[in-house]
Design a protein. Sequence first.
Length: 287
Amino acid sequence: MSAQLLDGKSLAADIRAGLQEDIAAVLQARGATPRLAVVTCSQDAAAGAYLRAKLKAAAETGLAAQAYPCAEGPASLLRRLGEDPAVDGIILEQPVPKGGDAAEAFAAIPPAKDVEGVNPLSYGRFFLCKSSAEIAASGVFPPCTVSAMILLLERSRLPAAGKEAVVVGRSEILGRPAAHYLSALDATVTLCHSRTVDLAAHVRRADIVFACLGRAGFIMGGWIKPGAVVVDAGMNRLGEAWVGDVESAAAAERAAFITPVPGGVGPVTTAVVLANTVAAAKRGLRA
Ligand SMILES: NC(=O)c1ccc[n+]([C@@H]2O[C@H](COP(=O)([O-])OP(=O)(O)OC[C@H]3O[C@@H](n4cnc5c(N)ncnc54)[C@H](OP(=O)(O)O)[C@@H]3O)[C@@H](O)[C@H]2O)c1
């Protein structure tokens, strides 16, 4: 079997094209396009590359976007942007400062502008939703990479209900909320992590694998159940190349569907951030 690619680039292009009407409506109503503020605390090259990609995607889509480097703790800057009526969406670029600083920073982003779903109130409300209908009705933005992974399934009409889903990685922004979303879609979910005994055995029985651990090619192709769906969020630098968490060529021999890395989850995540910013701007018009 050779897996069909879940093409993130084309899904991202469709999402961004679908925003044009709403962007025009916001522009007409208030004389300014939706605006995204990207706060960045890191000097590292990968963070710079992510940032440039986001600003470029925003500009190409017709949103205003600006980077805000923070020399010290980001919380006061985030609060100021939260109070700025010209700003619709705020994101705090990874890597974020560890420990108390990160918690304070996430809490400083007002839920109405929290387009990545990291504020504890948004996060908690998301976890209180028991179904995808409740998530949609709640008005919160789920963590954006998780939304992207779910959209990749939905676009190819791959149902999660009744399936065995295995999520590898349990971080706050990725694995844990991904497991919750899959459960809300009625999958039967196993959440694996670094202390899981016999990870291979869990992956082997998965109809859906969500790879969220950040270790290049760690999930072996031979572990993948024939006909499974593999969604790989991993972004690992290997020399000059980016690779995912799954041994992709071997996995594609067994899976029915697989995301490429790069070109899978990443561009859809960016498109989700832009879509959420436009949605936040539209809500602002009604407020
Ligand atoms: N495409 C995108 O838009 C996007 C967005 C965000 C992140 N990412 C990528 O996704 C990956 C994960 O990011 P993250 O922020 O969630 O990472 P993280 O905070 O470092 O979390 C990694 C998780 O993987 C688990 N893990 C580590 N080694 C493992 C092993 N050998 N077996 C099983 N589980 C293991 C850890 O378990 P413990 O909890 O036990 O430590 C942890 O829960 C990274 O490559 C990141 O670049 C991509």
